[in-house]
Design a protein around this ligand. Structure first.
Ligand code: HEC
Ligand code: HEC
Length: 221
């Protein structure tokens, strides 16, 4: 968070300075560069192994290589409060529609070449039965990396501790304590499983080969 606050402070100072030096403001405000708009994201999503402690310690999700339409849907869900995570809500509320479109397109391409065929490791019989029960592959794709709709997430290889937190958030849906995700589809699915089962699913899906990466922007390396 300190990094975020520092970034915001620097941006605020920079804009004050810019105004002082350029009293004849241009008629149309220029759109800030994509680098400056993702600068605050990099402080968490661009640091390999970076952990969040809310609502429990887990690695922040990998977003480089994720589907742009899903990233945009997720950011909008934080913005509207459908997803309650307080930090991401605060951040999404600062983003305009244009920012969300541009940032989502940026992150989809940010992992470089992805999307090749994946070898799917066989699940244990226990996990196979759980995957079967809710037909996870029917939406997220046979390799969990090619969902049937670009507004659905790639989940193969995502951090398993994050997948577990996300699945519990769907299960909590409208709970009052800032952890829920109110999503009709995944809510109904997550509620069919115990937390131990969600953990087993997360462990397996997180162990698969996927497209998702944590990539520090070259500028910030
Ligand atoms: C202070 C750390 C932090 C910063 C800064 C931050 N994020 Fe996040 N982000 C998180 C955490 C933690 C989560 C998981 C939230 C949850 O459990 O729903 C998350 C979740 C997300 C998700 C959902 C991922 C998924 O798979 O559903 C997206 C998309 C996202 N962030 C994009 C961004 C963008 C874009 C920025 C910059 C504009 C940003 N984040 C800045 C910590 C951060
Ligand atoms: C009917 C289609 C469908 C099925 C079946 C389905 N999902 Fe999903 N899943 C979705 C959609 C749509 C989302 C995005 C919801 C949102 O916007 O928050 C999602 C989101 C997720 C996420 C959050 C990913 C992230 O990055 O935050 C996880 C984890 C997940 N699903 C795992 C599973 C598992 C495990 C199963 C099987 C037990 C499953 N899904 C079955 C459609 C489906």
């Amino acid at each position: 968070m300190n990094k975020l606050l520092n970034t915001l402070f620097v941006l605020a100072v920079a804009s004050v300075t810019a105004h002082a030096q350029a009293p004849a403001a241009p008629a149309k405000p220029a759109v800030a560069s994509i680098e400056s708009r993702v600068a605050m994201c990099v402080g968490c999503h661009g640091i390999p192994g970076y952990q969040s402690s809310f609502p429990e310690v887990h690695r922040v999700p990998m977003i480089s290589g994720q589907n742009a339409k899903y990233i945009a849907a997720a950011l909008n869900a934080y913005k509207t409060g459908e997803r309650k995570h307080p930090t991401m809500r605060g951040i999404a509320e600062t983003l305009s529609e244009q920012d969300i479109a541009d940032i989502s397109a940026y992150y989809e391409k940010h992992a470089g070449t992805t999307g090749g065929a994946k070898t799917v490791r066989e699940p244990s019989p226990q996990v196979a039965a759980l995957l079967q029960k809710a037909a996870c592959a029917s939406c997220h794709g046979a390799d969990y990396s090619k969902p049937i709709d670009p507004s659905y997430p790639k989940i193969a290889g995502q951090h398993s501790d994050y997948l577990f937190v996300a699945l519990k958030a769907y299960k909590a849906s409208n709970s009052a304590n800032n952890v829920g995700r109110n999503n009709g589809v995944m809510g109904a699915i997550a509620k069919q499983f115990t937390n131990a089962e969600l953990k087993a699913l997360s462990g397996y899906i997180g162990s698969l080969e996927g497209d998702l990466r944590t990539r520090p922007d070259p500028k910030f390396r």
